[in-house]
Structures are given as C-alpha cells and as structure tokens.
Write a protein that binds this ligand. Structure first.
Ligand SMILES: [Fe+2]
Length: 425
C-alpha cells in the first residue's frame, strides 16, 4: 500500500467512526444514566426531625459516590466546610419487553444527626462531577404549623399533563414539608422509561421536598413490587418483614403517618395471605403505641370507592375495625381516578368520624359515581391537596389543576379529645 492509499484508508476509517459516534449519540437512550447524578430524591425517614433519606443514580463507571452536606448559608457555599460520606454503589438492571435494557448504579444514604427544624444544603457526586446544591429543612420539634401535599395517582401523562399539577401544588404551598403519593406513580411496573419521565417532571422538587409514597397496583407486576421502588427510594423499613419500603410509619410532629400496602399480594385479594394478616397485626400495634395527636393513613385502594362498579369490602372488613378502635382521623387513597370525600363506617352502631378521601392527580380520569358515602365528589378533574396541621386543628384543601379550590374541611380537636368536623364546602 502506497502512502496515498494509507492516507485514504485512514480518512475513510475516521469517517466511519465519526458517523458511528454521531448515530450512537443520536439514538442513545434518553433514560440511560451518566456520570452526572440524576433521579436525586429525598425521602422521609422514621425520624424526620434528625434525618432524611437521599437516593441517586449514575452510570456504572462511578463505583463510589459522595454526599456532602452542611447548614444552609446566606453566603457563598464553601464545599470544604461540608460533612462528607462515601456511598457504595448498587448496580441495578432493568428490562421491559423489547425495550433496551437499562443498567445503572444506585446510591442510597440516610443523613443522620441533623438538627430539628433546620435548613441544610447538600450535593451528590464525585471528582469534578457534582449535582447542584439542594436545600431542605428537617421537621421541627415544636408545635409550629406545617403543611404537606397529597396526590392521587399520577400514572400517565407524566411529562405532558401531570407536570402542571405538580408545579401548581408547589406554587400553592411552597413551604410544604413533604409530598405524599397514594400509589400508581407510573403505569407499567418495571418500565424504566416511565420512571425517567416521573423523575424528570419531579426534578429538583424531588431533591428539595422529602417525598413519601405507598405503592399502587400499577407499581406491582403480579405479586412483585417494581424493583425500581426500593432501589430508587429510601423509605422506612419499620413495617412487617417483606414489606419494607411499602408498609411503614413515620412520626412527623403531632402526626403519625402510616402507609398500608394494599397493592401487595394482588390487591390483598387473598385474605388469608401473609401481606394482609401481617399488616393487620402490625397496624394494631402501631396505633396502640401512638402518642401523636393526629393519625393519617395512606393506601392505594379506596376503603370506599367513587366508582359505582368498584368496591373493596375486604379492606373495610379487615382494617376498618382497627382504624375505628384507635380513632384514626384521615385515610388518603387513589385508584378510582375521580374524587370522593366522606365519613363512613360499615359498623351501624357507631357515628362515623374517619374521613376517607379518593383523589387523582394524573390525566387518567373517570366520571364520579353516585355512591352515597361521598359528601363531596367530582369527576374528570386532576387534583392536588394541601393538608395543614396546627396543634389541635387539621385543615384540608383540595385544588384543581389550575389552582381553583374544589373541596375543603377542617377537623378541630377539643380539650376532651373529641373531634369536631367542619365542612367548608
Ligand atoms: Fe390503581
């Protein structure tokens, strides 16, 4: 081969390589991880006054990633003044039908030893590739009032019609202390591309406001909880064995918040099965030892459905007597894709006091049914809820996607412990 041929061969090879790289970048999966941490999310822990869970993802080149944190500052951040922890990687692999496999490294860290009611900043990363600095605030010790947001199923339209609900909720309550999801966060369990949309919509909000979620039936594939769930969320594990991250309780000031996993074991259809029996005993013990003034339970399936064709009597049969025995205040659910709120009981001998809510935040919407338990109902509406706790008063407000108040009530707790329900709609 003469000199000219060599030069031509090199140029042709270079052209082929360049073309390949351009095509590769053009067709690269948008849900692939990179060295820059993404899907960064805060979760409430069992002790939200002094700790928070942080989870993030990178590609598999990054074996050890760091979390750096310090008290929030008014002035320029000095990274060298941070506390730091190196977090080991857990390599995860997700496949869904014929979609390209996604392999990534997940990192999970619980920041402990924090001061109550205090603002911190943190970042995650390594070497020269770091996330931005995010700020969060720990739960306070006192009776200071606070609010949190509650969403029914996002499920679909995660990057088209759901984002404006999330944005509007934060505009409505920018000081919300946490965001609670009543299940069906995505549509098809295990499908990474849907989680990618969920996280891209949540973006810095997920990394700034602690999130807490109970799984829905769409977060399960058969009897298998989506493996993403406990890889990408760092949720409490104080529930029954085998239901870590899906059945748990959290003590926020003045509030015991409980997640029951009603999607486990194919929607608890097997009433003799372990998930239902284990959760019944656990729920009784968690309520028996409660000292908080307010108790809020969240679970995906409604105790009372909004749809005329739906019902979950096994939930009421097994769990309602326990909720009533301990005077639970509020039950927040999803699943039915319309809105219903009311006080009800299957026990004809008692005056109902538990407020049951069914709501939906995503664009999969149904008309509301005609069931008589509902004191307020609505169909074909994307909604979010702001729930505020101030000592002996619990305030609840439901808003539509454009911020119109749709429903509201208050529960006042008297000195003798009795409650007064005040409807505002
Ligand atoms: Fe559902």
């Amino acid at each position: 081969m003469n000199g000219l041929s060599k030069i031509l061969t090199l140029r042709v090879n270079g052209l082929i390589l360049a073309t390949f790289l351009i095509l590769y970048q053009g067709y690269a999966q948008i849900n692939n991880a990179t060295q820059l941490p993404d899907r960064i999310i805060l979760n409430l822990t069992t002790e939200p006054t002094t700790s928070v869970g942080i989870t993030w993802r990178t590609d598999t080149i990054v074996h050890g990633s760091f979390c750096e944190w310090q008290l929030s500052t008014d002035t320029k951040i000095k990274p060298e003044e941070s506390s730091s922890a190196k977090v080991a990687a857990k390599t995860v692999s997700y496949s869904f039908k014929d979609e390209p496999k996604v392999v990534a490294n997940q990192f999970s860290y619980i920041l402990n030893g924090l001061k109550p009611g205090t603002k911190y900043i943190y970042r995650v990363g390594a070497a020269s590739i770091w996330s931005e600095w995010f700020e969060f605030k720990t739960a306070g010790l006192s009776n200071e009032p606070y609010s949190f947001l509650y969403f029914g199923d996002p499920q679909i339209g995660l990057k088209s019609e759901w984002p404006r609900v999330l944005r509007k909720s934060y505009q409505q309550c920018p000081d919300c202390r946490f965001m609670l999801y009543a299940g069906d966060l995505i549509n098809r369990a295990g499908r990474d591309i849907e989680w990618d949309e969920w996280f891209k919509t949540g973006s810095w909000l997920c990394a700034t406001v602690p999130q807490i979620m109970t799984p829905g039936n769409h977060d399960y594939s058969g009897k298998q909880l989506d493996p993403h769930w406990n890889n990408q969320f760092t949720q409490p594990t104080n529930g029954p064995k085998g239901l870590e991250g899906s059945c748990f309780f959290i003590d926020y000031p003045n509030l015991r918040l409980i997640s029951i996993d009603s999607a486990a074991d194919s929607e608890l259809a097997n009433e003799k099965g372990y998930p239902l029996e284990a959760q019944k005993g656990w729920l009784d013990s968690v309520l028996a030892t409660n000292h908080a003034k307010w108790v809020v339970v969240t679970t995906h399936l409604p105790f009372y459905s909004t749809k005329d064709t739906r019902d979950n009597p096994h939930l009421r049969r097994n769990f309602q007597p326990i909720l009533e025995k301990y005077h639970v205040d509020l039950v927040l659910t999803g699943h039915d894709h319309s809105y219903g709120r009311g006080r009800a009981s299957d026990n004809p001998l008692i005056k109902p006091s538990i407020v049951y809510v069914v709501s939906v935040s995503g664009p999969k919407l149904y008309p509301s049914g005609t069931k008589t338990w509902m004191e307020r109902s609505g169909g074909n509406l994307q909604l979010f809820q702001v729930i505020s706790i101030q000592d002996n008063s619990l305030s609840y407000k439901s808003y539509t996607a454009n911020g119109t108040l749709f429903d509201a009530f208050r529960i006042n707790r008297k000195k003798n412990g009795k409650k007064k329900f005040v409807p505002l709609f």
